[in-house]
Design a protein around this ligand. Structure first.
Ligand code: NAP
Length: 486
């Protein structure tokens, strides 16, 4: 399919501040490139601290009006936004694939996944309940009310440029907050299209603001130092998350951090092998390995180790790697040449340390941003592929003997986002799931995420939860009103 992004009605290239589409103050721009072809799609405004400050002020001005609306009205506007996103699902997916690289079917899935949060929080907006607490003294009543945190700043990564933003804007708006967002340099177009649809749905000026460009440190510096901003919600790498948390300390902002992962998938001898292979394939190779909950380390029990690798390699050999805009493509490029260099370095060093390449092992021939789907056998915990988030289509397979060894290997990381296990033994399911130091555990299932579950990590994978009945709390303050003299 030939998709011409220039013809898209949803193509926006300027930032959105107080309902106006605006250029960078110095009129500078940054290119947006299709990683599959190297083609420049367009360029977008390259904004900085001053534009961010104005966006924050616009969000502050819009806050009283937005938080005073009835929850019913906010819910109706979110529903209207959801409808527009789903009506434009195909076009949003084509934009996403063009700038990010994932195959069209995955991009369509991401748009619907992001939209599901808009619908969910449209519903949750009406369920922000308070409480009455029996008083310790006579003549008093203690009321607990939930109020919006205030102006929120949001920073999102390139790997899910549509869904990660929807997952932040929707609960913020549902709670009555206003927001200033910054998408990744590589993927601003999905974010711009999404907020353009919110504007079309009738969300008032200033409620959602979006600054774009590559001056991330300037934008982030303003977001974290400006006292008007009461909360920062960030999805991205752990090092940048730590930096932003430090920057937020001076004004004691609330933070939600969805950071890196290093997910183990533990496959026991008694697992249903077909199920385990399907689960491993999806969770390892989705988005060419560029998701935070991708299986990073495949831990396979000794009794089925060789058979597992053989069967996995058969399936990986059937992948069709190419331009995500072509219908036959099952796996697209990585986001950038830099990403390919990083993945190649991890593979080369594992091989130098004794890992065996079963399939793949090198950059792809389809273009400079491609890497071959790869399986590494005989991987060991001393290798970089054990310790680091690979963020590429590389499956290192580690061997273990006992339950305790599997648990120790799985927890031997500073990360704690998602973990998976495959077994048919109920006792083992409980023992291992409870022992895993992770925010999310999939048992005989790797497609664990949806709007109804609390998504988030422990340890250095972050804090806070997105989605579910718990997700709105991240955007609400709990206030006591004590009535005395009664
Ligand atoms: P990244 O380098 O941390 O970038 C994420 C965002 O932070 C981008 O918008 C980036 O902007 C911005 N940024 C970078 N430096 C900044 C600074 N000094 N101040 C303010 N903003 C700054 O991460 P990435 O490589 O794009 O994304 C991949 C990471 O995200 C992986 O570690 C992955 O596991 C994680 N992730 C986590 C979740 C989750 O829910 N836990 C979900 C998806 C991804 P620029 O693009 O302009 O540099």
């Amino acid at each position: 399919m030939e998709f011409s992004i220039q013809d898209s009605q949803l193509l926006a290239t300027k930032g959105l501040i107080n309902g106006q589409w605006v250029d960078a103050d110095d009129n500078s721009t940054v290119p947006v490139v299709n990683p599959a072809t190297g083609e420049q799609l367009t360029d977008v405004a390259n904004m900085g601290a001053a534009e961010t400050r104005r966006a924050i002020e616009a969000a502050s001005d819009a806050l009283p009006g937005w938080s005073d609306l009835s929850a019913q009205k906010r819910s109706t506007l979110l529903e209207a936004w959801y409808d527009l996103v789903m009506e434009n699902q195909d076009e949003l997916a084509a934009i996403l694939t063009a700038e990010q690289g994932k195959p069209l079917f995955e991009a369509k899935g991401e748009v619907a996944y992001g939209a599901s949060y808009i619908k969910w929080f449209a519903e949750e907006a009406r369920r922000v309940y308070g409480d009455i607490i029996p008083a310790a003294q006579p003549g008093r009543r203690n009321l607990v009310v939930k109020q919006p945190v205030g102006v929120v700043a949001a920073i999102t990564p390139w790997n899910f440029p549509s869904a990660m933003l929807a997952r932040k804007i929707a609960p913020a708006l549902a709670a009555g907050c206003t927001i200033v967002c910054k998408p990744a340099t590589e993927t601003p177009l999905s974010a711009l299209a999404l907020v353009a649809l919110a504007q079309k749905a009738g969300v008032p000026d200033g409620v959602i603001n979006l600054v774009v460009g590559s001056r991330s440190a300037d934008i982030g510096g303003e977001m974290t130092s400006n006292p008007i901003v009461r909360k920062l919600t960030f999805t991205g790498s752990t090092p940048v998350g730590k930096l932003l948390m430090k920057q937020c300390a001076d004004t004691v902002k609330r933070t939600s951090m969805e950071l890196g992962g290093n997910a183990p998938i533990i496959i026991f001898d008694d697992a249903d092998l077909d199920q385990a292979i399907d689960g491993a394939l999806v969770s390892k190779f989705r988005n060419s390995g560029q998701t935070c909950i991708c299986s990073n380390r495949l831990l396979v029990q000794a009794g089925i180790y060789d058979r597992f690798i053989e069967r996995l390699a058969e399936k990986v050999g059937q992948f069709r790697v190419g331009n995500g805009l072509e219908e036959s493509t099952t796996h697209g490029p990585l986001v950038s040449e830099k990403a390919v260099t990083g993945v190649k370095a991890l593979v080369d060093s594992a091989v130098a340390d004794g890992a065996r390449v079963v399939i793949g092992g090198d950059s792809g021939e389809q273009g400079s941003c491609f890497f071959q789907p790869t399986i590494l056998a005989d991987a060991t915990p001393a290798m970089g592929v054990f310790k680091e988030e690979i963020f590429g289509p590389v499956a290192p397979v580690f061997r273990f003997e006992s339950d305790d060894e599997a648990i120790a290997l799985a927890n031997d990381t500073e990360f704690g986002l998602a973990a998976y296990l495959y077994t048919n033994n109920l006792k083992r399911i409980w023992k291992v799931s409870e022992a895993l130091e992770y925010g999310m555990v999939g048992v005989n299932e790797t497609a664990i995420s949806s709007e109804v579950i609390p998504f988030g990590g422990v340890k250095e994978s972050g804090q806070g939860r997105e989605g579910s009945k718990y997700g709105l709390d991240d955007y609400l303050e709990t206030k006591l009103i004590c009535l005395g003299g009664l």
